[in-house]
Design a protein around this ligand. Sequence first.
Ligand code: NIG
Ligand code: FE
Length: 412
Amino acid sequence: MTAAPTLVVHNIGALVTCDPTHGEPGIVSDAMLVASGSEIIYAGRGRGALFPSPSADVVDIDARGAAVIPGFVDAHTHIAWLGDRSGEYAARAAGATYEEIARDGGGIRRTVQSTAAGTVEEVSAAVAARARRMLEHGTTTVEVKSGYGLELGAEMRQLDAALAVAGGDDMPDVVTTYLPLHSLPEGDREEFLAEVCGPGVREAAARARFCDVFCEEGAFTVDECRRVLVAAQRAGLAAKVHAEQRTNSGGARMAAALGAVSADHLEHADADDLRALADAGVTGVLLPGAALVLGGPPPPGGRLLAAGATVAVATDCNPGTCFSESMPLMVSLAVATAGLTPAQALVAATSGGAAALRLADRGMLRAGLRCDAVILQTNQWIDVAYHLGANPAGTVIRAGHVVASGGGVPAR
Ligand code: NIG
Ligand code: FE
């Protein structure tokens, strides 16, 4: 160890590394975690003897036997929105479907109306409030999509609003995604697509890493989505697809053929779709909160793993189908509804999320990676999945620095 330590977490009962070289979920007992700056320089057995007298400039934390996990990587969210759709939630409970509400002028279009008119500062304040709640639940990296701007300038403002939050000391790391095909355009469809494929992807390439599309009956066709994603890839954006959420529409096979980074939702994917994703190295992103709220089949977590695919779990936090900032809740739902074991779900919410964002520097606790970690308020890591609706996150460490400290200890 040549670099000087700047952060030491000792007396860890269970260091859950999510590193497959240690098994699944890769537990090291009686462990310590050491960082120098933003990087892990040691993650393994030890009681602090390596650092008998930490100097004043080393932050030294006694975990008191608690479990420590990697920070969650929430790889699919729509948190850049303004306005309120709680009425639709009640209407669906009373029998209206998501599609009926959209046909009546509600749904994504309603959020476009309230968001597109907002300034960068207004949207950014909304992103910051939600991102902060995510951090307090243990999320150290969050992906944020546009998709509520529709018109090009408003889409860029949404991306700028998300970027304004990135880098904040009290915020998760932010990764942005341009989602131009989400709400249907009101004017000429061909003109809209041509603008997205030209100036849209060019301007987005300066603000985002990914381009996403909503491939679905009543939204955009496979041909339209392919055309936009090919243009996006040429502009340097990597592809993501909302696929097979409400019907089997061909989005997953298109994602595989284009070499997309991820295909997300997948509730209506069949065995051939899942095999195609696995063969093409496309990460399958499960969004069990949205599946639960909308009803219908559960996300195919167990089936994706059996097909050999990498699996991620994310919140999909948005005003229509899943208003939740909590990755621990999504881990619980992935176990209860999507066929994952608690260990598989935790790995999917950390290293799986990193794969869905092509971030090779995080998602596991291993020397050389970023020190993004959560000291839980329990010595049983399984509580992340087992204790439904609780917030097990205690101290949250992002890039080697303490950025949040949890409240009361969740009872057991
Ligand atoms: O991932 N499926 C499309 N987009 C979101 C819902 C967005 C909304 O209803 O505002 C989703 O579920
Ligand atoms: Fe989504």
